[in-house]
Write a protein that binds this ligand. Structure first.
Ligand SMILES: [Zn+2]
Length: 261
């Protein structure tokens, strides 16, 4: 280093360090024995975003890498990478990934198809175990109907899960229906004491939104899945919270951990 450094040389020195790795202005200033304000000036001159932001970006990348590697819960990622759980959830959302709990299933579509055979009319017959009352069973306590439903729709069936076809013991996922699907049927006014008109108005309408009872809020949340046809497109969390009369946190929790029954 020359005895008397020009401003241009000093600038170069700082710029080299800033470009090398994410580092705070304070740390760069200490390391290079220059003024903190000068480091900030160089950073701005280089068109670099403030350090805090780049550290977030770095964390975002680390979290994304881990999430994409294998099914892992938000809490596990947060612990492993020492980041906030809400941050992990945000990254998962940014990536358009489904909540972790949907990935815990031990059954895959391949397993299911290996244990059943398709027959005419889109029906499917179970080749696995049957209960003593002749119900096709996928596990000790789970019916093949519920398994087929879950594998097709990517969620647990709610309430009764039963066949909509006339074929006895048909396990085709497409032929199973649960409470949510029945509630989503157009023209239905109420279901199990829930006011479906109010739920639909809240989901689709403009304010003021009708007041929903707790079980109606939960059903409304389930019906907010665009694939059920009640809403045309996914409703953003904050908007959905407003329409249902819950707080954002509740909606996020339901989405991450499932809706309580
Ligand atoms: Zn069928």
């Amino acid at each position: 280093m020359p005895a008397v450094e020009t401003r241009a040389q000093k600038w170069e020195r700082v710029a080299r360090l800033l470009k090398k790795e994410p580092i705070s202005n304070m740390a760069a200033a200490r390391q290079l024995r220059v003024d903190k304000a000068f480091v900030r000036e160089v950073r701005e001159g280089l068109g670099m975003s403030p350090y805090r932001l780049s550290r977030d970006q770095q964390n975002w990348e680390r979290v994304a890498r881990l999430l994409k590697k294998e099914p892992i819960s938000n809490i596990a990622v947060a612990r492993q990478l020492r980041v906030d759980k809400a941050f992990v959830r945000q990254v998962r959302e940014d990536l358009g990934m489904r909540p972790f709990w949907l990935h815990r299933d031990q059954w895959t579509v391949v397993d299911f198809e290996a244990l059943s055979v398709p027959v005419g009319g889109g029906h499917r017959l179970w080749r696995g175990r049957f209960s003593t009352t002749n119900v096709p069973m996928a596990g000790r306590s789970e019916t093949a109907y519920r398994l087929a439903f879950r594998l097709l729709h990517g969620r647990e069936p709610v309430g009764r899960c039963e066949g909509t076809c006339t074929r006895k013991a048909c396990v085709a996922g497409e032929h199973q229906e649960d409470d949510v699907m029945r509630a989503a049927e157009p023209g239905r006014l109420s279901y199990q004491g829930m006011d479906l008109v109010a739920i639909r108005k809240a989901l689709r309408g403009t304010p003021p939104y009708p007041r929903l009872r707790p079980e109606e809020k939960r059903m409304a949340f389930r019906l907010a899945d665009p694939s059920l046809g009640v809403v045309a497109a996914a409703v953003p969390v904050i908007q959905l919270a407003r329409r249902l009369g819950c707080c954002d946190q509740t909606i996020r929790r339901w989405r991450d951990e499932g809706v309580p029954a």
